[in-house]
Write a protein that binds this ligand. Structure first.
Ligand SMILES: Cc1cc2nc3c(=O)[nH]c(=O)nc-3n(C[C@H](O)[C@H](O)[C@H](O)COP(=O)(O)O)c2cc1C
Length: 208
């Protein structure tokens, strides 16, 4: 069965990015009622801490050395997490912006899945090459500020370029970003931003 993976990255019950994801998924389910939706809440699912055998497994791989038992077990866990992503025909990431970037749980997820021989490889002549197939991906990014016109009141958006590059590195370039922001401050700009984002999400969901 065709599958959409939803990486849900806000820990908040009143999350703006999660509300945007619900709008998108309502439209997506109407357009593709037969699809399986795999919801992965990054704050509730087990993600291994990147210390000990899992980090040593990465270095062993980079040096083309054999794994010991603990490294093999850790790498298998990274493989299971990456497989959930690689089996998805479509991907939805809904995330807050935190301190100019992404929440640490989403960064942890990238640290786990970006592994040599799993999602990328290194060729001495050609450099770093992705191993995953491309697939339509949408990122809903909620931010307190509005970055539509660039830097906002002394804050910058490094989440969008980071996510674009991290996804491209493993093979996913077909990525559309739907910002929701401002989500803090006066009521009217918040309402207008939400309305614009929801309209776009509805349009994309119908043809995703
Ligand atoms: C720890 C933390 C850091 C934040 N850093 C930023 C920031 O750098 N830029 C920004 O525009 N908003 C920032 N915010 C505001 C959030 O992006 C905003 O509340 C957003 O709606 C959160 O997404 P959510 O509603 O899906 O949880 C921050 C919020 C928190 C809790």
């Amino acid at each position: 069965m065709a599958k959409l993976l939803h990486l849900s990255c806000s820990p908040r019950a009143d999350s703006e990015s999660s509300a945007g994801a619900r709008v998108f998924l309502d439209g997506f389910r109407r357009a593709r009622p037969d699809w399986d939706i795999d919801a992965m809440d990054l704050w509730r699912e087990r993600l291994p801490e990147f210390i000990g055998p899992i980090v040593e497994a990465k270095y062993a791989r980079m040096k083309a050395q054999a794994f010991d038992d603990a490294q093999r077990d850790s790498f298998a866990e990274a493989e299971r997490i990456a497989l959930r992503f690689s089996l998805a025909d479509r991907v939805l990431i809904s995330t807050p912006m935190w301190n100019f970037g992404i929440p640490y749980r989403l960064k942890q997820w990238f640290d786990i899945v970006i592994q040599p021989g799993l999602t990328f490889r290194f060729d001495p002549a050609r450099g770093y090459l992705p191993l995953l197939k491309d697939r339509p991906t949408i990122v809903i990014l909620a931010s307190g500020s509005d970055f539509a016109t660039g830097m906002n009141r002394g804050r910058i958006d490094m989440a969008t370029p980071y996510l674009r590059e991290a996804l491209r590195f493993i093979g996913v370039s077909d990525v559309r970003f739907v910002p929701i922001g401002p989500t803090t401050g006066p009521t009217e700009p918040i309402r207008a931003a939400r309305e614009t984002a929801y309209r776009r999400l509805g349009e994309i969901a119908a043809r995703f």
